[in-house]
Ligand binder design. Sequence first.
Ligand SMILES: C[S@@+](CC[C@H](N)C(=O)[O-])C[C@H]1O[C@@H](n2cnc3c(N)ncnc32)[C@H](O)[C@@H]1O
Length: 225
Amino acid sequence: MFGRIAPRYDLLNHLLSLNIDRYWRARTVSRVARILTRPGARVLDVACGTGDLTAALHRRSERARVFGSDFCHPMLVTAKSKLAHGQRLFEADALQLPLAAGSFDLVTIAFGFRNLSNYREGLTELRRVLKPGGTLAILEFSTPSNPLITQAYRFYSRAVLPAVGGLISGSREAYTYLPESVRKFPDAQGLADQMRDAGFENVRFERMTAGIVALHTGEALGQRH
Ligand SMILES: C[S@@+](CC[C@H](N)C(=O)[O-])C[C@H]1O[C@@H](n2cnc3c(N)ncnc32)[C@H](O)[C@@H]1O
C-alpha cells in the first residue's frame, strides 16, 4: 500500500493537510533541537517514508549523524533524492531493526507508529536501540478534544480524504485506511501510558492543531534489554 502511494505521497501530504504537516515536523525538530546540536549525536528517523522529517532533522543538526529507515523501498527511493550527502537510509522493519542495542541518542517516528502491527513490540524495539538517556519522539495523529472539531475532522477524514487522496494517488484504499487507523489509535493520554508501560520515563506530550496531531517524547533512562 505504501509503495503504491509513494510517488504522490508528498504532494498529498501537503495538499490534504493544507501544508500544516510542514509545521508539525518543524515543531518536532525544535523540540529535540538540543540533541541535534550535541557533537557526535546519532539520530534515527524510523518509518521515514519520503524523508521530510529526516531531512529537517539533518538541516538542524550540526555534528549529529542522521539516519532514516523504512520498510518500503519506493518510499526510500523518493527520500534518497532529497537527502544531503552523508545521510544514510536503510530498509528495515521498525519491529526488528538490524541495529545493536544502545545505538542512538534520538529516535523519531512521524506518522509511522500508528501503522505498526504491535505498539508494545514497537516501543520495546525503539527503546532497545536508544542509548541510556536517549529520547524517543513520536509524532502521530491523535484525537481532538473539542467535540465540534471532532465532528468536522471526522467528516473531512471520511469524505474528503478518500476522495481526493484516492483520485490523486490512485489508491482510494490507502486514504480510507488512514482515517480508520487514526480512529483505532489510542488518544494522547493512552499513548503516553503505553510509553510508560514500555519503560519510558519523563513521558510528555503536546497537542497540535486542536489535538489532530500530538507529539510524544519519552526517555530511555535505565535500559532493559
Ligand atoms: C504515513 S507514512 C509517514 C512517512 C514519514 N515519516 C512522514 O512523516 O511523512 C508511514 C510510513 O511508515 C512506514 N512503515 C509502516 N510500518 C512500518 C514498519 N513496520 N517498519 C518500517 N516502516 C514502516 C511506511 O512504509 C511509510 O513510509
